[in-house]
Ligand binder design. Structure first.
Ligand code: EPU
Length: 333
């Protein structure tokens, strides 16, 4: 079924709580509806949204906005050690994680409470606490808006890297479903220091549910709840710099945190922003979260302009001080 909304406020559809309008939004509950939508409407411009947790609407949207409400889960393969589940794009990601934990299907616990939906998990390659969703993905089902064909793409052809995938660039591909492989044997990932500390000496109590609860507790402590304070999680990506650049920085700032990453050294953007004195500061009704400087928040009624101005000021300061240009994680629309 296709539900049509005309001239609606997008405020409930973006976690930043930006109040802009869309001329037309279609919600569909079956991936098969996409063929009909594109064949009959032939939109010149469209945007497919998920939970709206990685978007900054800068103006009213005048194209066709699409949202999938299909949430089905189907087992497509299972043996004694693992299970493959095919999940429709509109399933809320954290509900899926909760269901996996309840069934004893493990591997997704570290990605608990990440806002958004299954479709976006595959587009963004969501990641947290040492885990990335690409490591759970088997294949991604897509609808190609240019050909009207559906195609299943194996994970190796999805172009995955840190917060990166081909779906971020090939916008004509709409993710219709994702097949994930979960393990029936619990192999907890405690590579994130804070998690390791939480379970030190308490290894016996380490179950998938306990790990999920610990991740949820860390997130609730550091990250603002979008239901209360508008935000889109990390506003910037963590920059990866060359070994050479890192050595230069480490000489000037011995306390600089860093992680090895493909192609160089990853520096937490939150640290760079905090060093520039931005943590907890505001500009108009936009602010830098006081517990995590990588997160920009809407103090109430902020416009996208106010948030953009704050983001620019941060980018400029980080560039001036460290010679690193931060890139937004959030998509500007
Ligand atoms: N830090 C500071 N000040 C801050 C924030 C961070 O100094 O205000 C430094 C600290 O040294 C800290 C380090 O940065 O140890 C890393 O911080 P944190 O563990 O909070 O993680 P992050 O690198 O800032 C990334 C993801 C988060 C994810 C966490 C945990 C990106 C862009 N963000 O943040 O993802 O939850 O790791 O794994 O990679 C999101 O994408 O929306 C998101 C929240």
């Amino acid at each position: 079924m296709i539900t049509e909304h005309r001239n609606i406020s997008l405020r409930p559809y973006n976690t930043f709580g930006i109040d802009v309008n869309a001329h037309l939004m279609l919600e569909y509950d079956n991936a098969g509806d996409l063929a009909e939508i594109f064949a009959t409407r032939r939109p010149a411009k469209f945007l497919h949204i998920g939970g709206g947790s990685n978007l900054l609407f800068t103006r009213d949207y005048d194209g066709l906005l699409l949202h999938c409400t299909a949430r089905g889960i189907e087992t497509v393969r299972e043996d004694g050690t693992s299970i493959d589940i095919r999940v429709e794009a509109g399933k809320v990601w954290d509900e899926l994680v909760a269901e996996c934990v309840a069934h004893g299907w493990t591997g997704a616990e570290n990605l608990s409470l990440i806002p958004g939906e299954v479709g976006a998990s595959a587009v963004q390659n969501i990641g947290a606490y040492g885990a990335e969703v690409k490591d759970l993905i088997v294949e991604v089902g897509t609808f190609d808006t240019t050909t009207g064909q559906r195609r299943t793409i194996p994970v190796g052809e999805c172009g995955y890297a840190y917060r990166e995938s081909r779906f971020k660039h090939e916008r004509h591909l709409i993710v219709t479903h994702v097949t994930y492989r979960l393990s029936k044997t619990f192999k907890p990932d405690l590579s994130y220091g804070h998690l390791a500390t939480m379970f030190q000496g308490k290894e016996d109590s380490l179950t998938p549910a306990a790990l999920r609860d610990a991740v949820i507790a860390i997130r609730r402590d550091k990250l603002p709840d979008p239901a209360v304070t508008g935000n889109a999680g990390s506003f910037f990506m963590n920059p990866v710099v060359s070994e050479e650049k890192y050595k230069e920085l480490a000489a000037a700032y011995p306390a600089i945190p860093s992680y090895k990453a493909p192609g160089g050294v990853k520096i937490p953007a939150g640290w760079l922003i905090e060093q520039c004195g931005w943590r907890g500061r505001s500009l108009g009704r936009a602010a830098v979260h006081s517990r995590q400087a990588l997160v920009l928040v809407n103090l109430g009624g902020a416009t996208a302009d106010e948030i953009t101005r704050l983001a620019r000021a941060i980018i400029d300061d980080v560039k001036d001080r460290f010679g690193i240009t931060l890139k937004a994680e959030v998509n500007f629309v």
